[in-house]
Write a protein that binds this ligand. Sequence first.
Ligand SMILES: [Zn+2]
Length: 428
Amino acid sequence: MIKIKNATLISMSDKREKIENNIDILIDDNKIIKIGRNITDVVDKEIDATGKIVMPGLINTHSHVPMSIFKESADGYCLQDWLTKVIWPKEDKMTNEDVYYASILSFLEMIKTGTTTINDMYFMTDDIIKAALDTGVRLQTTRTLMSGKGIEDGLNRIKELDDLINKYNNKYDTITFNAGVHGLYTTNREYIKLCSKYAKEKDLLVHIHYCENNGELEDIKNIYNDDAINVLESEFRDNNLLLAHAVKLTDNDIERLSNMNASISHCPISNLKLGCGVAKISEMLKKGINITLGTDGQGSGCNYDLFEVMKFTALLQKGIKEEPLELPAYEVLKMATINGAKALKLDDKIGSIEEGKVADLIILDLNELVTQPINDILADIVYNVKGSNVDTTIINGKILMENKILKTSIDEKSIFVKCKEIIDRISA
Ligand SMILES: [Zn+2]
């Protein structure tokens, strides 16, 4: 058993106060079993959190995990050119081992910057899962479903996803699956009908890129002879949806989305980097749509520090709306925690710190120049905290970092070297 002692708790549970002081948290195996003051149970390990903050681990709802090796390769490209001229030719040269090491790089960064769950969409998924198991992070993943090379290729991808689900599902607490459809613009009507049907049969969330920029809207119109929202409504009405980006939405689109089972993965940094625009998440929130946060792949998303994403999210909406009352800090913290858990259908386990939930939590140390003195602890977390303030990371009851030191046997520096070798080789 582990006891975290004397913490300031921000549980993100609507059954508790937003901020509680002098709280002890007892963890047995992978579960939080007791939250209270002066817990006296005998434990194997005690973590003194005096003067520190305990909050749920952050949840990144949209990423392409192995793209860490493509960090800062998007500067000067629009989305379509970046994909076709920079990324896809390099990805064609990637081996299983490359995907594994690139994933390790991403997962170590996540642990160090306070993200405990990530939603991934890529290929060679088996190697991404192996890296997740080797590092201990919580992963929701897929085999990316698309039909760019024809329906036969698309069907093979569904079969690959099905094989993965049969191989791993229910075997590991930390690995779950969804149906990651790449996008309406990389599929066609015949294929998305099959994806929707498969997801319903297997009770899988459909995770899909949706309306990222104007070029995508034109592509969708050409393929389907219809608008994106009409295609989504007619083909995915009965699915649970997680839409990545949703930048180019009209007020009418938002109204119609609010009547579907759809969450949004808001990826402001990637959207800014690729010059796509800013999603109208304030309007979506007012319509009751569940908003969550993502980095996107690191080629466009820069890094995995979700504290940066929180800050961008809040500032952008206040700025474009010319309204400082938009998005209070607590609302943004919900997006990075419990809202993400709801979107991934994991809110019975993670997203808040409650007795009975799984122990996915982080300890923040705000005793630094940039975060002191604390006037408003919630705003301090959204605007001033960085991934480097994360002191301790616990996932599924396991301490993966303590006092800023990774507990893994994987040597961080050797992963840098390996990943540099990979990018040099596939760029040649
Ligand atoms: Zn993406």
